[in-house]
Design a protein around this ligand. Sequence first.
Ligand SMILES: [Zn+2]
Length: 698
Amino acid sequence: MKKTFLLLFIAGLILCSCLTQDENPLFSEFDTPFQVPPFDRIQEEHYLPAFKEGMDQQNKEIEAIIIDPESPTFENTIEAMENTGSLLRRVGSVFGVLNGSMTNDDMQKIAKEVAPLESKHRDDIRLNDKLFQRIKAVYEQKDKLDLTTEQNTLLEKYYKDFVRSGANLDEEKKATLKEINQELSILTVKFGDNVLKENNRFEMVIDKKEDLAGLPQAVITGAAEAAKERGHEGKWVFTIHKPSMIPFLQYSEKRDLREKIFKAYINKGDNNDELDNKAILAKIAALRVKRANLLGYKTHADYVLEDNMAKKPENVYKFLDQLWKPALKMAKREAMELQEMIRKEGHDFKLQPWDWWYYAEKLKKAKYELDEEMLRPYFKLENVREGAFSVASKLYGIQFIERTDIPKYHEDAKVFEVKEADGSHIGILYTDYFPRASKRGGAWMNSFRKQSRLYNKEIHPVITNNGNFSKPTGDSPALISSEEVSTLFHEFGHGLHGLLSDCNYNRLSGTSVSRDFVELPSQIMENWAFEPEVLKMYAKHYETGEVIPQELIDKLKKAKHFNQGFETVEYLAASFLDMDWHTLAEAKELDVDKFETESLNKIGLIPEIIVRYKSPYFNHIFSGGYASGYYSYIWAEVLDADAFEAFKETSLFDQKTAQAFRKNVLERGGTEDPMVLYKRFRGAEPTVEPLLKKRGLK
Ligand SMILES: [Zn+2]
């Protein structure tokens, strides 16, 4: 998941002068149903003036807090701060969501201009000494204030954020810090843009039928449609977008073409041209060290992790090491099995990374008589989505009602109203599942508006779920892969975290929790997706309506541990790489290739497996918010495996367990320490055992 940060803009814009507040729909509260953004009325030229005005407004609101003659209290300082910046939040959210899902050169240009200004605005607030002194004054008397737990967390959060942003530094150091932040904001946006452009740049045009050998018909049809869209009618096109590339790697008998597409994928951002990211990321890593040092931390990871469940880099490394050994052992065994398969086919070449998917798919078929294409007919996208909704309904009693009368930003998007069992309104969910050139890769949850309740004003959430799933092809509806089924349930879990939030303060609500806790609500949902009881609810053949046969479910169950060595190793290697980049203690711009090779050699990664993200396209850590946080997916998997045990110990839809999870985790956002919340749900801290068992590593 990626949370899009608010972006601000100030530079002298000619555009602002020609628009009045009445003409810019972002300036006022939306008058649409459930106050969703009025997409048809928002034009690109509206963003910049709204960012500018939003920032001005927040500055004025903050000024009013500072000059308040009353001595600082929780209400007139902390709560008052929480009430500032509403316009900015509004424009930032709309822009953030749409720049991810509906971007174009103009939107990216706005993002690039806005990023450094947002960074400056945030710094101006956090480094405002008068404001900090008021917050500090409240913080110092916090024990006498009789605050609720949530208020106490909010106060600590404000105080720590200011300190972590440099509020205690002298003026000279504050100025340096601002410069670093500005530079970082520009570099990270540029990094992400380059990756997006790289994803769209490569295409493999096939014009000979024999080069399609081995590919299933649906994949061929999809490639023919992609070719038509890209002006190669009558041919076939494959891209390095995963729904196009992965089936090619799994099924293509053409080893040289597999190598070609795979290499294009792993060389993204590493082609020594205008989209090369090496120098950019080396600079990002160095600047992060410089900033951490300035703030009194040894490394960027020390700075980041202080705020997470893991607390310290040593704890992350210790945790990763615990998993690495059994995973690597398993991956080596898998590689041997694949090599054996190659030998049996009468070849003598050594297994290479671009062979892994192909032979793994074959081995899976041989071992379990299971093939991804046997499952697809049962995973019609709409059915899977209904399945996810039904699971939530059975767990929490909530309902999802499709609405066709609510504005949408793209025809692929669908809108659902989410209601309690008694019919009361919870929020709105947009689902937007298909790839397009204007959308960034991967899958994520975001929000047009977060839940909160300030001054008794109930704000209902407007949440989005975004994906790049397999599209309908020819006469067939969208039939998605089992991995895509997991992803859909995953993002839906983040969606529930946002929708079921029941907090007072925007700052703490929904998914505003530490990085290594945020994946618990999402990953736990993946567990339900493949339970036989749940599959029977939604996995129905798209043509016949027949429920997925028990035989296929049994095979699925047996194959569950298949390839887990590979998947765990590929992921863990990226987690180590992330930690290595962010435990540098010296602000030097390093040789990226050399650094990466050393990092991966150190853990003994085998050459048949490539790290899940190589540095030049590791968006999570160089453009998203996961720097020294990529480990958190598997950290949260320890939590989700342990949490799901609670359901397995009772029943899949046990109401008491479900209520405990909703009340203690989903509703609480970041209002309390995550481990406290978790223990309140589960009665104890989690252990790593259920995870090892789940992945078949033990
Ligand atoms: Zn996630």
